[in-house]
Design a protein around this ligand. Structure first.
Ligand code: BJW
Ligand code: ZN
Length: 243
């Protein structure tokens, strides 16, 4: 892969780097993306399942989707893309990895500074009072899980129409604003406010790189857009850093 000289120079000289990842970086680990065409659940759009309305009208369907995904995520491992970002972190004094993924694979790979702006699928909380729920979830034997307050238990993730965790969100925008180099990796760049982060970086003069299998609404704003697999491109960038 040929990278532009400007990118190589930024890669080597930058002190402040921010990364935004989406489902595409975990695809090579075997985690299905949201807007892909394969799989049992692909007939549902995330806008039909990942919402408060869906949970209120059909909590069983929403729970089944999450339990199915939890099962997949418990069996997968980080891939070369996740590990390359662990390596990259070591080269920069100011490095922030912002992820929309709830699979926890960046932390499992060893990334230190990770902002999970859409939550984490392994955790549960009460739909009413927001308290964490530590118990088992078993729809067959236990029915719909309930909190001590009587409220329904839900996965601790961010659904459409909900606010993102305040601290993670403001840290993510701060990191985007000060970055000299920003990577948008494996995200369709459709879901806000995360989709605004690369553009915020760009507005503050960051060099913006996109890594994705296909073009996205962000592509035309990128200084450099690579069409390819994150797990193949990212290790090549790490090689450049090591030279
Ligand atoms: C590869 C690859 C490989 C594959 N290598 N690449 C401003 C404008 C317009 C709308 C809004 C706006 N502000 C807010 C909204 C509303 C809404 C929104 O954005 N709607 C849009 C769809 C239009 N946003 C919200 O509601 C957000 N909340 C909010 O803004 O609060 C303020 C507010 C409150 C009340 C009212 C109004 C505003 C919350 C959004 C929460 C999103 N939640 C989900 C579910 C999380 C939990 C879970 O996992 O179940 O987050 S939805 C789903 O989409 C998930 C993802 O994180 C997110 C993004 O998807 P992602 O990661 O990009 O995946 P894909 O599948 O779309 O793309 C994968 C990409 O990878 C593809 O491009 C492939 O090509 C690529 N790829 N293999 C490289 N190997
Ligand atoms: Zn409760």
């Amino acid at each position: 892969m040929e990278f532009p000289e400007v990118l190589i120079e930024r890669l080597k000289k930058a002190k402040k780097v921010a990364i935004l990842t989406g489902a595409g970086i975990s695809a090579e680990s075997g985690v299905p993306t949201f807007r892909g065409k394969e799989g049992l659940w692909s007939k549902f759009r995330p806008e039909e399942l990942a919402t408060v309305e869906a949970f209120m009208s059909n909590p069983k369907l929403v729970w089944e989707w999450y339990l199915h995904r939890r099962e997949i995520m418990s069996k997968v491992a980080p891939n070369a893309g996740h590990y390359a970002l662990v390596e990259m972190e070591k080269f920069y004094p100011d490095f922030t990895l912002i992820t929309q993924n709830v699979d926890g694979l960046h932390r499992r790979a060893g990334s230190q500074k990770v902002l999970e702006v859409h939550g984490n699928i392994t955790k549960n909380k009460c739909f009413e009072c927001g308290e964490p729920f530590e118990g088992e979830i078993n729809l067959e034997s236990g029915g719909m899980p309930l909190c001590e307050c009587g409220g329904r238990v839900r996965p601790d993730v961010v659904w459409f129409g909900e606010m993102l965790p305040e601290r993670a969100l403001s840290d993510a925008f701060d990191a985007s604003s000060r970055a000299e180099l920003f990577f948008s990796i494996g995200t369709s760049a459709l879901v806000h406010p995360a989709a605004a982060m690369p553009l915020t970086a760009r507005r503050h003069q960051a060099y913006l790189v996109e890594i994705n299998l296909e073009p996205t609404p962000l592509t035309e704003y990128a200084d450099f857009a690579v069409q390819g697999k994150a797990g193949e491109i990212l290790p090549q960038l790490v090689e450049i850093l090591k030279k």
